[in-house]
Design a protein around this ligand. Structure first.
Ligand code: FNR
Length: 369
């Protein structure tokens, strides 16, 4: 269908399913094992209800914010999703260009199809970018990669901590991995590529499963970028992260692609915010709590922000947008979300994101599912 008939982010998914080659659809859409975590990521949002306020003059509404000190036109960042060229010949550059045009921040994946430098070169001057890091067994390679990113102006390092081994995404595993050029130019000298277990496993063998809390000071020593741990679920780990001196966490189950049956970020948010509140000022200007998984509507984002998140990541929503329509699809997705923020904020009775407080939502049934 023509792009102007796309009315929401779900529509992009429906189009992507019909236009993507089977292998790409399997890699993008799959989640681990019985795909329960991915289902719950969506379902959890549907168990939180709004309690709107009225008569509060909502003529002017502002949904802009800052994320790790960087301006963002939406309280949304583009989560890292690997292998963009499986979906579109321009791969991740679709995201970079659309993000630059609309003031949104892209998180560059370690396993991008385009090289890191290509992506940074496609950004506008001053366009903020984040980097997602899979930590290599060879720490010197990781150090070079991180320091090059900092030199090139990247303003946040998201270390993925929920993937010491890749989950079993069985839809993907049923497809044999053939390196047809879409595969990442994985700088990190991987070895032992197994081509018979799907794309995910084939490209991820360099990831270091020995990564541990004791390594965090080393990351702190090699970069001045804010460090965020991506893939936190337990309040205990949230507190360890705060104590380790990193600048934030992403509550995430990796889009349901890692440990199946891992609770959704939204469900963990309430407990984690409560735990962090016992350890100092809240909101904490030096420690951000982000969340991702299952976000397809501005209303999802508003629920997460009301419950204490400071911004929300979107993975598949944008991935399906560029797989279907390239850069224009991503731009349309951003515009759709912007319209949704305007309407939902007016109807909620708020004019800025700072007015989003827990009393605007009923999360009492969040655990009921
Ligand atoms: C991912 N995600 C991911 N995360 C990460 O840290 N490194 C990566 O390389 C990837 N790759 C990746 C590929 C694909 C195809 C998907 C769908 C996801 C996880 C991603 O950053 C994010 O956590 C989820 O995508 C969020 O869930 P939604 O928005 O896709 O529902």
């Amino acid at each position: 269908p023509p792009l102007d008939e796309i009315l929401n982010l779900h529509d992009f998914e429906a189009v992507a399913k019909t236009v993507l080659p089977a292998k790409a659809w399997a890699y993008y859409s799959s989640a681990s094992d019985d795909e329960i975590a991915i289902r719950e990521n969506r379902a959890a949002y549907q168990r939180v209800w709004f309690i709107p306020r009225i008569l509060r003059d909502v003529t002017k509404v502002d949904w802009s914010t800052t994320i790790l000190g960087q301006k963002s036109s939406l309280p949304i960042f583009i989560s890292a999703t690997a292998l963009g060229k499986l979906g579109h010949p321009d791969g991740e550059l679709n995201l970079t260009r659309a993000a630059g045009k609309h003031g949104v921040i892209q998180m560059i994946p370690t396993l991008a199809s385009c090289s890191f430098n290509e992506i940074v070169d496609a950004a506008q001057p001053g366009q903020p970018l984040f980097l997602q890091l899979y930590v290599n067994r060879d720490r010197e390679l990781t150090k070079k990669y991180v320091q090059n990113a900092e030199k090139r102006g990247v303003s946040g390092l998201f270390i993925t901590v929920d993937a010491p081994q890749l989950g079993r995404r069985e839809k993907d595993m049923r497809m044999k991995f053939v390196d047809d050029g879409a595969g990442a130019k994985v700088q990190e000298g991987q070895s032992g590529v197994k081509k018979d277990q799907g794309i995910a496993r084939a490209i991820s063998s360099f990831i270091d499963p020995s990564l541990a809390w004791k390594d965090i000071p080393w990351f702190r020593s090699i970069t001045k970028m804010p460090i965020v741990l991506k893939g936190v679920a337990s309040p205990k780990d949230a507190i360890l992260a705060l104590e380790a001196g990193v600048q934030g966490i992403v509550l995430s189950n990796h889009g349901g692609r890692q440990l199946d049956n891992a609770r959704s970020g939204l469900e963990n948010l309430v407990d984690i915010v409560a735990a962090l509140k016992t350890r100092g000022p809240w909101p904490n200007p030096n420690f951000s709590v982000f969340i991702d998984g299952g976000v397809r509507r501005a209303s999802d984002v508003l629920k997460a922000l009301a419950l204490g998140a400071s911004a929300v990541g979107v993975g598949r929503g944008f991935l399906y947008a560029f797989s279907s329509y390239g850069q224009e699809g991503v731009e349309r997705a951003i515009e759709i979300l912007r319209d949704e923020f305007e309407m939902n904020m007016r109807l909620l009775g708020i004019t800025s994101l700072s007015e989003l407080t827990p009393d605007l939502v009923d999360a009492s049934r969040l655990r009921a599912g």
